[in-house]
Design a binder for this molecule. Sequence first.
Ligand code: IPE
Ligand code: IPE
Ligand code: MG
Length: 246
Amino acid sequence: MSLKDQIDIIKLPHHIAIIMDGNGRWAKDKGEDRLFGHFHGVESVRNIVEGCAELGIGYLTLYAFSTENWDRPEDEVTGLMELLVDTIRHEVVTLNKNNIRLHVIGNMELLPAAAKKELDDAIRETSANTGLNLVMALSYSSRWELTQAMRKIAQKVRMDQIDPDEITQETIQQHLCTAKFPDPELMIRTSGEYRISNFLLFQLAYSELYFTDTLWPDFRKENLYEAIIDYQGRERRFGKTSEQIA
Ligand code: IPE
Ligand code: IPE
Ligand code: MG
């Protein structure tokens, strides 16, 4: 039986989040510069987006660029932004063909104007699609997101729109960039690193974590299927006992 056939379609995660890591090491292994790795990472993005759309996954969040990544060498940052603009420009047709809706989370104010415009256009042009929701985390970090959520809530308290005694977990959730999305049931990180690196700290509270040594440019649908099968073999207890959820 193929890996894909081993997936239980009834128990699919609604939302998969991925920390796409290892582009630099992949390139270094081949004696190439880091941008070569990022360039090939785009092929993995295409393949995994297609894989999720085929399976009928509702949401796929891809961590593409963190707030901290702005501190990388200037030529890498510039190259990544150019790659982003080019990729989005070329992919909108495919996104529409596959009924995929693009969303972005992160601090868009830090993006170069050309990248921001390309993204805004792509978001608008795909906004009527009803299949997979593709969420790109760009210039994103969870601590930045939580900080801006706290600011928005504090401003509403000052305007008497929110009573501090009535702030609940839902209030916080509704002020995050991910307000419209369910929490990920499965979070995958490639490249053998076992950390969260400032990604969706609030939203990952009860996610199943899956780590693989595969470097992002080598990650393909088969690797995704393995992660989903592994996820489906786990028991999600949400603090309860095994007997309670049986
Ligand atoms: C992930 O690959 C892509 C980004 C963070 C933009 P890296 O560039 O972090 O690759 P490694 O971790 O150095 O191998
Ligand atoms: C996390 O990868 C961010 C993205 C994949 C976009 P990093 O490579 O930046 O994270 P660290 O530095 O290994 O924690
Ligand atoms: Mg890395």
